[in-house]
Design a protein around this ligand. Structure first.
Ligand code: G3P
Ligand code: CA
Length: 243
């Protein structure tokens, strides 16, 4: 069970407090979106701009980390969260070997530099070359097939998820082309095409499904054998999964 943007139904998304609550509620994984600032720092922000989630406004890629640090991203004045701080939280959480699911957003002005920076950051923490995909503490995801391919090419042992609608997995085989270790359909796609899970498994791939907040959907994922369920409600999802 993966906490989508942290325990983001209860606390402001992508804040340290939201991720700490997700860990308290028993999340097995934490999901985050990352973007590059103008001065090359990876920050956990979903949108192209900070308008929706902070007290300020502006395009993330046009702002420096210093600019972002002047803004509040949560009700209690939480600062912007860097990927480095989130990795540290995950590694410091020793109760369970929690995984970090890092999504790179595209298109962006920096193109493939985002994946290079993510890999450099993972390498700095010793996470870029895990012994196996199963034992990896980090997973890199994207809707961009090119982004997934860049990760596979540079860090073949890191698990990856190619996000997207069912047509990507049922017909074209994009996940095979770029070597993704998992497919990442939305819950809507999975409801329409539950066979995605078995087809992915037959090709040696896990399934990561997002964003699963309804009880019937959580149970559907469990019954289909979805490997990773991303939810904004980690606490109740854990209970629904009977864990
Ligand atoms: O976990 C994948 C999911 O987060 C993709 O959609 O828009 O919430 O990043 P979005
Ligand atoms: Ca995301």
């Amino acid at each position: 069970m993966v906490a989508h943007r942290g325990a983001s139904a209860a606390l402001p998304e992508h804040t340290l407090a939201a991720y700490e609550l997700a860990l308290e509620e028993g999340a097995d994984g934490l999901e985050c979106d990352v973007r590059l600032t103008r001065d090359g720092h990876l920050v956990c922000v979903h949108d192209r701009t900070v308008d929706r989630t902070s007290t300020g406004s502006g395009v993330v890629s046009e702002m420096t980390l210093g600019n972002l640090s002047e803004l509040a991203f949560g009700g209690n004045g939480e600062p912007v969260l860097t990927l480095s701080e989130l990795i540290t939280l995950v590694l410091d959480h020793t109760t369970r070997p929690t995984k970090l699911f890092i999504e790179t957003k595209h298109p962006v002005r920096f193109g493939g530099l985002v994946e290079s920076k993510v890999l450099a950051e993972l390498a700095r923490f010793g996470l870029a070359a895990p012994p196996s995909a199963t034992h990896s503490r980090a997973v890199v995801m994207s809707f961009s097939a090119a982004a997934v391919w860049r990760i596979r090419r540079s860090a073949p042992l890191l698990p990856t998820v190619l996000l997207g609608e069912s047509s990507r997995y049922l017909g074209g085989g994009a996940a095979t082309t770029v070597g993704a270790t998992a497919v990442g359909p939305s819950i809507k796609s999975l409801r329409e095409h539950p066979e995605i899970v078995d087809r992915a498994a037959a090709a040696g791939r896990a399934t990561y499904c997002w964003t699963v907040d309804d009880r019937r959907d959580v149970e559907l994922c469990r019954d289909l054998g979805v490997g990773w369920v991303a939810t904004n409600h980690p606490g109740r999802t854990r209970e629904w999964l009977g864990r």
